[in-house]
Design a protein around this ligand. Structure first.
Ligand code: ADP
Ligand code: MG
Length: 449
């Protein structure tokens, strides 16, 4: 069946590809060696055809439905993915309400995201320890566990690891993992189908609820409301909740205050940007894995160090680089040397060399503090404008190689001593003003992402 095929595909194409390209596919028909899918857009179909058609054909054929060709049609009624998952999973039982155990299934778990495969370093040791603690499944000590950090730092990996571990230790436990987006889709679907009671019942019946990327529900009022009630009901029953987001609870814009404060009630831990040692550790682990897969491939000394040094943006990119490198080397049957790496990864290396510009800094800072971009270079001395301007000067000094006079020119022709003063001011304030320190950390992250 398509469900099994999908599970097989998850393993083949990896979780990211799966979520983006496979999950939204709706299998509409399967006959005469043609599998027909409904897709959201033409481009989508085209992309799947070009990149995943072989995988899909192979898996379908293995599952007993020989397929030679895939056809894609654009669906004219856009539907949320979760609905699609469910109808695709049980096409015959469409009319009957699915049993609760069926519904309990959240997003698929990536079997590779375990504690064993998670490399621990300084930047993530706290998050890892907290996740381990939750995964032990003992009495609830902090609720919720709130994990936050930039893209690709391992939030989803840790959440899946918790789910795997809990399932192993307590096979009967009702563990529900899903993204905030899916939470919303299920909620909207329940509203539409007048099954809101069932929805409430379901979410209140779990032992552990994990919601990934909660920033997604910011600004979505009724979903927030429902999330808040679900959250409270579970906390009252002493059920563990694990939440992730790309920033700290207090930093999520358009999230209700009461939710922010609820989210801060438990343990809030930060996954910091990776450092060199952690990146190298992750690369070494991956390389061991690939050496096994591509037997006989040799990787020269210094290549992993080079990558850990040069690709600093996020772990996903780092992994992608290594995957490509091994695939390429095995294709051309060559040893992986520095030269080969530089050739094969030229685009990635160039992208991660990308320098932050003063204009970008000014734009992001203005956005963050809700002031006009023109005020960055304008003459206004009002504190609410002057302070953000100084923040931008500080960041320009620290994130770009520009000299003070150069920075002064970009700030409307200010003198270099004015810039110096601004930078010093921020350095001074940062020591005592924790809000400012948080702002800076967030801005740095946004700019260097
Ligand atoms: P996030 O959810 O924070 O955006 P993910 O959990 O999806 O990030 O991680 C992105 C990729 O990087 C995944 O393939 C994950 O396995 C890998 N990764 C991130 N951190 C680590 C780590 N400490 N050890 C091993 N792999 C990691
Ligand atoms: Mg994630």
């Amino acid at each position: 069946t398509w469900v099994q095929v999908r599970e097989g595909l998850l393993k083949r194409v990896g979780r990211n590809n799966f979520v983006t390209w496979i999950e939204p596919l709706r299998l509409m028909g399967l006959d005469d060696g043609v599998a027909r899918f409904e897709v959201p857009t033409l481009f989508f179909g085209d992309w799947v055809q070009r990149n995943f058609a072989d995988h899909i054909r192979l898996r379908l054929t293995e599952a007993g439905s020989p397929v030679e060709r895939l056809e894609f049609a654009v669906s004219n009624s856009p539907r949320p993915p979760l609905k699609e998952v469910r109808t695709a999973a049980a096409p015959v039982a469409k009319a009957r309400p699915a049993p609760a155990e069926e519904d309990l299934r959240g997003a698929p778990l990536d079997s590779r995201f375990t504690f064993d495969s998670f490399v621990v370093g300084k930047p993530n040791e706290l998050a890892h320890a907290a996740a381990r603690r939750v995964a032990e499944g003992g009495p609830v000590t902090f609720n919720p566990l709130f994990l936050y950090g930039g893209v690709g730092l391992g939030k989803t990996h840790l959440m899946h690891a918790i789910a795997h571990e809990l399932q192993k230790r307590q096979p009967g436990a009702r563990v529900l993992y899903l993204s905030a987006e899916q939470f919303m889709y299920r909620f909207v679907q329940a509203l539409r189908e007048r099954e809101i009671l069932g929805f409430k019942e379901l979410f209140r019946s779990v032992d552990v609820l994990m919601v990934d990327d909660v920033q997604f529900i910011a600004g979505k009022d009724s979903t927030q409301e429902e999330f808040f009630h679900t959250f409270n009901a579970l906390v009252d029953q002493n059920k563990q909740i694990v939440i992730s987001a790309d920033r700290a609870p207090g930093e999520i814009k358009d999230l209700e205050e009461r939710i922010k404060s609820r989210l801060q009630c438990g343990l809030v831990v930060d996954l910091h940007p990776t450092d060199y040692e952690l990146r190298l550790g992750i690369l070494q682990q991956k390389a061991d894995f690939y050496r096994e897969q591509y037997r006989g491939l040799v990787i020269a000394d210094g290549v992993l160090e080079f990558l850990a040094h040069r690709i600093t943006t996020n772990v996903r990119v780092l992994e992608g680089a290594l995957t490509r490198l091994f695939a390429f080397a095995s294709l051309v049957g060559r040893e992986i040397t520095l030269d080969l790496a530089q050739d094969c990864l030229a685009d990635i290396l160039r992208a991660s060399d990308r320098k932050v510009t003063i204009e970008e800094i000014q734009r992001k800072v203005a956005e963050h503090y809700n002031i006009r971009l023109s005020d960055m270079i304008g003459p206004k001395r009002l504190r609410t404008i002057a302070r953000p301007r100084q923040v931008a000067m500080y960041l320009a000094k620290h994130l770009t190689p520009r000299s003070l006079p150069e920075i002064g020119r970009r700030f409307g022709g200010r003198d270099h001593t004015t810039i110096m003063h601004g930078v010093r001011k921020i350095e001074e304030l940062m020591a005592t003003d924790s809000q400012l320190a948080d702002d800076l950390q967030l801005l740095r992250r946004l700019l260097q992402a």
